[in-house]
Design a protein around this ligand. Structure first.
Ligand SMILES: [Cu+2]
Length: 719
């Protein structure tokens, strides 16, 4: 990850708006898949003109990659600490077990690797990850260790939303930081007068003239933003911290306090060639928000340095947007509706917990802190609350101090019930894990504490103004109760995942054993609520140590025939198999269900005849993911001859209709190695030659794509 952050002209010019932004917005690289490494490190970055800045990052000198997770996916991460100090990594917003949550107790010592692993249960949303070491969170976050988590799910995928990362779907980590005369980051002195987005100062981004999705994170230590566009464009909030809203909420300003996220859509269709600024309107922040002018006017003293900070009370630009021509397949409209959002009913709560944010000496420290919850400052050795697993609770937070605080709780997504007795604004009616609480305001929210209990490892709740958190405005809670014991894939709970677990899984699917709750939990590898062939393939992969990579596979159903090509892991259907199988393929039947799988993770048989009126056909890729059947009644024939071949082979195919055809060659890792055809072709017979001179021996996969139809074939180059 190379940083190309250059110059900044002085802030005074920037705030006067005379400056043409000159640094291209940095877009973090992405990581997806089940198994990956994050390495925490120091580095230097050219953030300002002149001296480089000492920074901290993951897999690079500054910031951290964007992780893209699918709901239901099992993720295994190795976080290696190459710093010379302790830290932790917390998955902010995710519903995961406390031992994987990365709070202050999950310290990663220098040189050590921490291995969190979990099934992604959250809804499609924008979350983030960052260090959470007590008294060091502010420093480690502000010096650069912050990354986005993008979670996707089927519900979100069904909506016509922009989702091309870096093109029409942009992550924006909004921060203000303080630098000293030698361009080094200063922590906790309240002169955070340099706005930056994704660690780019004075940033511009080119966005296409269409509906664009911005995933906003307030990554600042302290500052509250009041966001909007310089042309006062209406924009639409579609998501809050923990997922999509029920419908887009239109607005021209959005309040975003530290650690809050919002996904917004803005329609740039009519703006090709224009430039607008994305700004924080600090002059119209609500009272008691960190970022107003003269925070000290009410009571007490203001934080040291605060009154000399030119950003306070000012409107300033975060990001310049240059609108450029449309991308391919642009999203043209703002959807009318998004997803069903069903807040938890107040009547379901059996416990109400009350907390007061206060300072030991309110007269003196009502604005500066240190603050504490209900008279208790954070103590690593004190558990402040005990929650019973399965309970629904109301938390009532009263902010008795003179500054607003963003309250954050781990483990759950909550619904805000009311603010001083009033129902929250429309954009606050979705799932949240951070809520901003103004001075003397009381906020009540409701949450259900489910799935995870651990008597030894607590979860945290705290203010997300990082200085307040580090100084003690944090508490911890234990969730107590009988957690359904479950390790993914370990159906017989013997501590290892092996063939015995596969046998149990098969018997559960075929109905020959009635599963226990813990077997159901362990057997549902992908967390989709059903146990089927996909889970078997995932267990096989777990045993073999394979992890999903991009897998090329396709299945055509023609009459009662299933024609497989590429890396297919297994098949399940209601009905009987009427043809024979090859090699190591295993067929199990029972209760009218047929399962076909292979302990190598890849089926060897390439065609199956199913009994008449077979149904509920599920085909798994070798990565344990669903392969959609191509229901090709007017199918496209593909033939490769010779095969095996050297050095060239002839691929012939027949198109029923004219259309755009793509024929590409992939290796077994799913890497594209050659593209033979990518254009519009008339109907009828065609052929193309692949000359593999210069390619190494081995198996390749030809993929033909045409009119929502995909077909693949394995070919072997034998020199
Ligand atoms: Cu606070």
């Amino acid at each position: 990850m190379e940083y190309e952050m250059k110059k900044i002209v002085s802030l005074i010019i920037a705030t006067m708006g005379l400056l043409v932004a000159q640094n291209q917005l940095y877009i973090p690289e992405t990581i997806s898949g089940n198994q990956f490494d994050l390495t925490l490190q120091y580095g230097t970055s050219q953030i300002l003109e002149g001296d480089e800045t000492q920074t901290m990052g993951a897999n690079g000198p500054n910031m951290a990659p964007t992780l893209i997770f699918e709901q239901g996916e099992y993720v295994n991460i190795n976080v290696t600490n190459n710093l010379d100090e302790e830290t932790t990594i917390h998955w902010h917003g995710m519903h995961i077990a406390p031992e994987n949550d990365g709070g202050p107790h999950s310290v990663i010592n220098p040189g050590e690797t921490w291995n969190p692993h979990f099934t992604v249960r959250d809804k499609a949303s924008t979350m983030w990850y960052h260090p959470h070491l007590h008294e060091k969170t502010n420093e480690h976050v502000t010096k650069g260790i912050t990354g986005f988590l993008i979670i996707r799910d089927d519900e979100e995928a069904a909506i016509d939303l922009p989702r091309t990362y870096g093109v029409d779907d942009i992550v924006l980590n909004l921060q203000t930081k303080q630098f000293d005369n030698s361009n080094q980051i200063v922590i906790g002195e309240h002169i955070d007068n340099i706005p930056m987005v994704n660690s780019t100062v004075d940033a511009f981004v080119e966005l296409p003239a269409q509906v664009v999705r911005l995933r906003l994170l307030n990554g600042s230590s302290m500052r509250v933003f009041n966001l909007g566009f310089s042309n006062n464009a209406t924009f639409y909030q579609i998501g809050s911290d923990g997922g999509l809203l029920s419908e887009p909420v239109s607005m021209t300003r959005l309040l975003l306090s530290p650690a809050e996220r919002a996904e917004i859509l803005v329609d740039l269709s009519d703006m090709n060639g224009q430039t607008i600024d994305f700004k924080s309107y600090g002059s119209s922040l609500p009272q008691s928000a960190y970022g107003i002018a003269g925070l000290a006017t009410m009571q007490g003293v203001s934080p040291t340095g605060y009154n000399s900070n030119a950003l306070n009370g000012s409107d300033f630009t975060m990001l310049q947007i240059n609108v450029v021509p449309q991308s391919d397949n642009p999203v043209a409209t703002i959807p009318n509706a998004l997803v069903d959002v069903t807040p938890i009913s107040e009547s379901e709560a059996t416990v109400t917990r009350s907390l007061t944010i206060q300072a030991p000496n309110m007269q003196q420290n009502g604005i500066t802190g240190p603050f504490e919850f209900s008279g208790q400052s954070f103590n690593m050795n004190v558990v402040n609350q005990t929650v019973q697993l399965g309970d629904t609770e109301i938390w009532e937070i009263f902010n008795m101090s003179m500054v607003g605080h963003p309250f954050h709780i781990h483990d759950v997504q909550f619904y805000i019930l009311d603010r001083d007795g009033n129902i929250p604004a429309e954009n606050e009616r979705g799932r949240k894990d951070v809520v901003w609480i103004s001075q003397m305001e009381t906020v009540r929210f409701i949450a259900k504490f489910e799935d995870f209990a651990n008597e030894d490892v607590p979860y945290m709740y705290h203010c997300h103004m990082l200085q307040h958190e580090d100084e003690g405005l944090m508490g911890q809670f234990i969730v107590e109760g009988e957690e359904v014991p479950c390790a993914a894939g370990d159906l017989n709970s013997d501590g290892i995942i092996n063939i015995l677990d596969i046998v149990t899984e098969v018997n559960i699917i075929l109905g020959s054993i009635v599963p226990t709750e813990s077997q159901l939990c362990a057997g549902d590898m992908n967390g989709d609520g059903v146990i089927n062939i996909l889970d078997i393939v995932q267990i096989v992969n777990t045993i073999l140590g394979n992890r999903s990579e991009y897998i090329i596979a396709s299945v055509q159903k023609i009459g009662n025939e299933l024609l497989l090509s590429g890396s297919v892991g297994g098949v399940q259907f209601n009905g009987e198999l009427e043809s024979s199988i090859l090699g190591g393929d295993i067929v199990k039947t029972g209760n009218g269900i047929t399962l076909i799988y292979n302990l190598t993770g890849v089926l060897e048989t390439e065609s199956f005849t199913l009994s008449e009126s077979s149904e509920n056909i599920v085909v798994s890729s070798s990565a344990g993911e669903v392969i959609e059947l191509s229901q090709a009644t007017e199918y496209t024939l593909m033939n490769t001859y010779p095969n095996p071949f050297n050095p060239s082979t002839n691929i012939s195919y027949e198109l029923k209709n004219a259309g755009i055809v793509n024929i590409s060659i992939f290796d077994l890792k799913g890497e594209l190695v050659d593209e033979l055809v990518n254009n519009y072709q008339i109907d009828g017979r065609h052929s193309v030659v692949w000359n593999a001179v210069g390619f190494s021996n081995g198996i390749y996969i030809v993929q033909l794509e045409y009119d929502n139809f995909s077909s693949t074939q394995k070919i072997t180059l034998l020199k």
